[in-house]
Write a protein of this length. Sequence first.
Length: 378
Amino acid sequence: MLRLLHTADLHLGARHEDLGEAAAALRERQHAALRAAVDLALAERVDVVLVAGDLFDANTASRRTVDRATGELARLAAARIRVVLLPGDHDAYTRSSVYRAYDIPALAGAGMVTVLTPDVPAVHLGSLDAVVIGPAGSAQHATFADVQRLALPPTTWRVGLLHASVGDADGQVAEADLKASGLDFAALGHDHVASSGRAGTTTWAVPGSPEQVAVDRDRPGTVNLVTLDDKGGTRHVAVETRPVGSSWHRELEVDAASIESQAALVDRLRAAADPEVVLDVRVVGDLADDLDLDPAAVEEALRDAYLHVRVDDRSRPPMTTGALPPPETIAGAFIRNVEGRIAELEASGQARADDEAAELRQVLRMGRRLLAGAEVAS
């Protein structure tokens, strides 16, 4: 029996520039997810840890990021757990690769870490009666076609490592390629959401990222525990997905008509506060003339309630309801003129026309407020 922990897409050192002050916190959570994955590997006493690409977010990873990563790998090495790493597309094995700049196996120590490269496309784990194959090439040219051409020793288990998900597009490996590979298990990556399946006699799996990367998932990050077993000549491969991340993403759509005030919206969102959540709020529908929303102010008011909050105000001022003022009045002429132009633009279905119509709706709203005697913010 062979036990594996399979991970990918940790993206250590990611900048997360869209998260502002929360970026540093998410980077720490990514390191914490790696630590949790190592803890799980130690607790489960796995034989090998496989990293299917993008351990680092970029080849410009700092020395501190590299040291923290190799410190975790060293814990595995000290426990005599083999680690096999494959560069991805973010940390690709180029002339400027982080794997050339730093000797990751030496930093982890104990001779237990292998980085697969074009010069080292496979590693034979003799004591485990297994071989791990990682074909050279970028995620845009994912393939296991070279497996059959490699001079590999006879082993019970053949495991593939590739930074790709299953499909026919760029960054994917074709199902037919998996069927022809002769692998028992294909440890894949690239996609940040966990999935698994079979292609012929080959079981494949994507572990998903251990922690949020694009911050668009509605569940914590995961890794895979994989068991390969031979019972009476029949091979079994079992994949179990385990959570190791802490943060997750939540989307919330709010109807502008249901908002009594900006303070009331803040109170509503605070009632569901969760420091593990990146919250995306989308305000839609018709916004009353007397309601002013400042997305930045809402985000700031909730900064301590969530890991991060992003408010996207897509609401729009409504067309005038009820009886219009007489056309010979300033108000009547203004409303009819602006609303007529809005109707023409929105009926045209053109993107640029829609933008102009949205601007005119704001003009309509401000005009109605001025005519009603209200102050209009500049």
